[in-house]
Design a protein around this ligand. Sequence first.
Ligand code: ATP
Ligand code: MN
Length: 478
Amino acid sequence: MLQKRIKIKDALASAPEGQTITVMGWVRTFRSNRFIDINDGSTNANLQAVVDFEREDPDLLKRITTGASLKVTGVLIPSQGKGQRMELKADAIEVLGDSDPALFPLQPKRHSLEFLREIAHLRFRTNTFGAVFRVRHALAFAVHKFYNDKGFLYLHTPIISASDAEGAGEMFRVTTLDMAQPPLTDEGKVDFTKDFFGKSTNLTVSGQLEGELGAMAFSEIYTFGPTFRAENSNTARHLAEFWMIEPEMAFYDLEDNMNLAEEFIRYIIGYVMEHNKEDLEFLDKRLEEEEKTKPEAERSDMGLLAKLSFVLENPFERITYTQAIEILLQSPAYKKKKFKYDVSWGIDMQSEHERYLVEKHFKRPVIVTNYPKEIKAFYMRQNDDGKTVAAMDILAPGIGEIVGGSQREERLDKLIERMEELHLPLEEMSWYLDTRRFGTVPHAGFGLGFERMVQFVTGMGNIRDVIPFPRTPNNCEF
Ligand code: ATP
Ligand code: MN
């Protein structure tokens, strides 16, 4: 049995009173043939094991190299050296797995994030990614806790989907047809009636439409699962495979929706600040160092922890799309022609516009509501002005859009009218329209991109560095 070990996090939290313990982990460094820093991933801090090298077998000492895995049994005592509260006086050391120093890719120095992306398994063993993925875990746990405590039902919406009406992005096709020699219809097109599902299918871009069906029975549901978009945008904020949280609530209007989104974001940030203090402190320092390498004008005026506390304590700004356009048109940036893309009522705001509003103008998260109907999805509730819909996007500093949501169109006639305008297949969507036929109610929901949230909380600039195995155009390693 191996599980008599104690985790390093727990060992470090205990009082060193001469108790005998066993730890297992990987060697971070071995100094002076005497001090082994061991890490087991439970915390960024290492446990220092002290070896009596005069008594130890020299062949064993040679095998204690960076990256090797060890089992160490010893006595936990207060440390005589500086830098740690306690140390483990090693009585028995067993090398579980060797690590050839000539081949081990990590050196005790700073590696670039790009380099680390190429060694997926060892990047988990670095301080930065240790902190990032422990925070990611805590955020995911907090998501479930938040909704469970509120009585929302976790609904598992499908990954494979036949509906292509969502229009949220380009889709990945799912097929078992032989694409070199596909069956053809009389018109010479691929005959998807011969495909596995008897029709053309894709990986889902969103669980919302199915989520609405759940809300029409359970009142309040949420999804938390992978979504896929074949968007060819190689940005620091887009992945081809990402995780999304989509709550969908009956008896909510746009304002209820915004209130929930704000409360939700605050809750999960607060949870991580309470439970992952050390990781956030580490990431705060990391970001401070990184910021120093940037030109003055690009540095943010707030550190990571300061930013997170600010978000906890201050309400988000709420403005309409029309007001947002007005602010942009009046901005010095616009007047000095600093924007690459033009501004006028009706545009789909570009990330430079969103960032101006959030980072320069309001200096806090902003909720923008009531967008022009032309740039939003068919299911959003039409406002009385005939031009806008009850949409809401939440824009966050450094990230841009983090939440997209709306009050949904619950009136069957209005919904059908809009779908006809957009030439959407009413027949195929009949299962969805049924929600408006049998006991429709005002309802609303939103989608939070989980990785963008992890970026926001960890301060990582590139979305590839907050998901364990990133999938992006031309990259599907591991
Ligand atoms: P963007 O304009 O940034 O591409 P979007 O309008 O396509 O976002 P929605 O369709 O509203 O986004 O999706 C809901 C949320 O999912 C977004 O607010 C964002 O947080 C996240 N998201 C969207 N696309 C991606 C992606 N490719 N990778 C990671 N997260 C994404
Ligand atoms: Mn998009």
